[in-house]
Write a protein that binds this ligand. Structure first.
Ligand SMILES: [Zn+2]
Length: 134
């Protein structure tokens, strides 16, 4: 699947541009509800990941269930939702954070790096490495 990835805040702006009469708070609430379901492991009845953006209004479903199409083409998905089932599972995207909550390290794609999970090299003194005792 190749969704066009977009951050939560950018999608809200995009949606409101296309739908000037849409209620911003209602959209935010519905998207947050879908993301919460997504994080809680709720899937489509076919067990595929739910399509967060597409599920905001009709209710939870995967892309195929909601559109009848096999693969997305030119369709948006939120960063956080899109990566849930891949190696980005559980990672936070910088665009989805409140600006006051941004701290720590982020990779080139904007995902927060958990430094506790990074492999750390042993100490190196004069060319010999000392492995930590176990
Ligand atoms: Zn489905």
């Amino acid at each position: 699947m190749t969704f066009k990835r977009i951050s939560f805040l950018k999608y809200i702006e995009h949606h409101l541009q296309l739908n000037p009469t849409a209620d911003r708070r209602d959209l935010e609430m519905k998207l947050k509800r879908v993301l919460q379901d997504h994080q809680n492991g709720i899937t489509c009845h076919c067990r595929d990941d739910i399509w967060a953006i597409g599920s905001a209004f009709p209710g939870n479903g995967c892309f195929t269930f909601l559109t009848g199409e096999h693969l997305p083409y030119d369709d948006y998905e939120l960063h956080t939702a899109h990566h849930r089932s891949s190696d980005r599972k559980g990672q936070v995207h910088i665009d989805d954070l409140d600006p006051d909550d941004i701290h720590g390290l982020f990779d080139d794609e904007g995902y927060k790096i958990n430094t506790d999970l990074m492999k750390k090299p042993g100490l190196c003194l004069l060319g010999t490495s000392i492995k930590p005792t176990q």
